[in-house]
Design a protein around this ligand. Structure first.
Ligand code: KG4
Ligand code: ZN
Length: 336
C-alpha cells in the first residue's frame, strides 16, 4: 500500500514543503529561498520567521495540488522542530500542528540533522551501519549510524561550522552570499597551494574541528595584501577551501578507523562542494570505504529529507502530539 508523507522545513532561511511516498520516493518538493537576507550578509532571524509566515501556506497548497491529493490522503505530517532559529521553527511547527489537529493525520517532529543524513536515502538506498559527516551552515559533525534511529556522536566543531567558515571567508573576499557556492566557483581558477592556511586541531587525534582560526588567518592575509586582484581572490578561495576540506576528511579518516563500516555518507549544504566529494573519495576509497552524497538539490535545506526521515519515525510508531515543542540546539539522539 502506498503511504504519503508531507514534509515541512522552516528551521533557517528556506521555507520548504514536500511529499514523499514509501513506494515512489520524492513526489514533489518545493523550496522558497529567502533572498532578502543577501543584503545583510547573513540570516536576520526576525525577517526569516516573517518570511516563512508569508511563504508557507501557498507553498503547502502548491505541493498538495501538484501531488493531486488532499490532507486526508496523508499518512503523516513530518516537521523539523529543531535545531534552528526558534521563531522560524515555530512557524513550521504551528502550521504542522494545525494540519494534524484538524485532520487527525499523525504528526512527527524531525531533528534537522537526521533529515540531512537521510537525504542520502532519497535517490539511492541508505544502508547501515555507516558513518555520516554532516556539514552545513550551522553544523559540522561525524555521526556513527548503527541503524536509522540509532546515532552515536563521534565529534564535531568547537566553534564555527564548516559552512559558516565558507560564508565568512566569502564575505571577506567580497563574494556573493551565501559564501559556500561562491568560494567554490572562485576557487576553480585558483591555486589551492598559494597560501598555507591553518587546519584547526589537525593533530588532536580526535574527531573534533575548529574553523575560527582559519577565518582569522584569512582576514589577516587579506589585510596584508591590500587591493585584491581577481587572481588573488581565487588563490585565497582555493587555499581556504583546501584547508576546510582537508581537515574535514582527515577527521573522517580517524572516524572510519574506529568503526567497522564500509559506507561513508556526506550530508548538509557543504556536501554540495565538489572538492570535498573528490577528496573524500580519494582518501576513503583506498581504505575500502564507499563514499556517497545526495544530489546537490537535496544537500541544502529541503523538505523531502524531512518527510523521508519522518516516515521512518511514523512507521515505527514515533508520533508526537500538540505538546511538541521546538528546540534551538541539541544533538541528534537515538529514538530507536
Ligand atoms: O544545510 P544548509 O542548506 O543549511 C543549514 O542547515 O545550515 O547549508 C547551508 C550551508 C551554507 O553555509 C552554504 O554556504 C554551504 O552550505 N554551501 C556550500 C556549498 N553549497 C552550499 N559550501 C561549500 N561549497 C558549496 N558548493
Ligand atoms: Zn540544514
Amino acid at each position: 500500500m502506498e503511504n504519503l508523507y508531507l514534509g515541512i522545513e522552516t528551521s533557517c532561511d528556506d521555507t520548504a514543503c514536500a511529499l514523499y511516498s514509501n513506494k515512489r520516493g520524492v513526489v514533489v518538493h518545493r523550496t522558497a529561498a529567502q533572498l532578502v537576507h543577501e543584503k545583510y550578509g547573513g540570516v536576520v532571524p526576525e525577517i526569516a520567521s516573517r518570511s516563512h509566515m508569508r511563504a508557507l501556506l501557498p507553498l503547502y497548497e502548491l505541493v498538495m495540488k501538484k501531488g493531486g491529493i488532499g490532507l486526508k490522503d496523508l499518512s503523516g505530517i513530518c516537521v523539523t522542530n529543531g535545531p534552528g532559529l526558534t521563531g522560524s521553527l515555530l512557524v513550521g511547527l504551528s502550521f504542522a500542528k494545525g494540519l494534524s489537529y484538524g485532520s487527525g493525520v499523525p504528526l512527527t517532529g524531525v531533528h534537522h540533522l537526521e533529515g540531512h543524513i537521510l537525504a542520502n536515502d532519497l535517490e539511492e538506498n541508505f544502508r547501515t551501519p555507516c558513518l555520516a559527516l554532516v556539514v552545513s551552515g550551522g553544523h559540522t559533525q561525524l555521526v556513527y549510524v548503527k541503524e536509522i534511529g540509532q546515532y552515536e556522536f563521534l565529534g564535531g566543531t568547537r566553534d564555527d561550522a564548516a559552512g559558516e567558515a565558507f560564508d565568512k571567508i566569502g564575505k571577506l573576499l567580497g563574494l556573493s552570499y551565501p559564501g559556500g557556492p561562491a568560494v567554490e566557483k572562485s576557487a576553480e581558477s585558483g591555486d589551492p597551494e598559494a597560501f598555507d592556511f591553518p587546519r584547526g586541531l589537525k593533530n588532536s587525534g580526535e574527531c573534533d574541528y575548529s574553523f575560527s582560526g582559519l577565518k582569522t588567518a584569512v582576514r589577516i592575509k587579506i589585510e596584508s595584501l591590500g587591493e585584491l586582484s581577481t587572481t588573488l581572490v581565487s588563490d585565497i578561495a582555493a587555499s581556504a577551501q583546501e584547508a576546510i576540506v582537508d581537515v574535514l576528511i582527515r577527521k573522517a579518516v580517524i572516524a572510519v578507523g574506529r568503526k567497522d563500516v564500509h559506507r561513508f555518507y556526506l550530508a548538509g549544504g557543504v556536501a554540495a562542494n565538489g572538492r570535498l566529494r573528490e577528496l573524500a573519495g580519494e582518501r576513503l576509497g583506498p581504505l575500502g570505504i564507499d563514499v556517497y552524497w545526495p544530489e546537490s538539490k537535496y544537500c541544502t535545506d529541503n523538505a523531502a529529507m524531512i518527510a523521508c526521515a519522518g516516515m521512518y519515525r511514523i512507521e515505527s510508531g514515533k508520533t508526537d502530539n500538540i505538546e511538541l515543542n521546538t528546540f534551538s540546539r541539541g544533538e541528534l539522539e537515538s529514538w530507536r
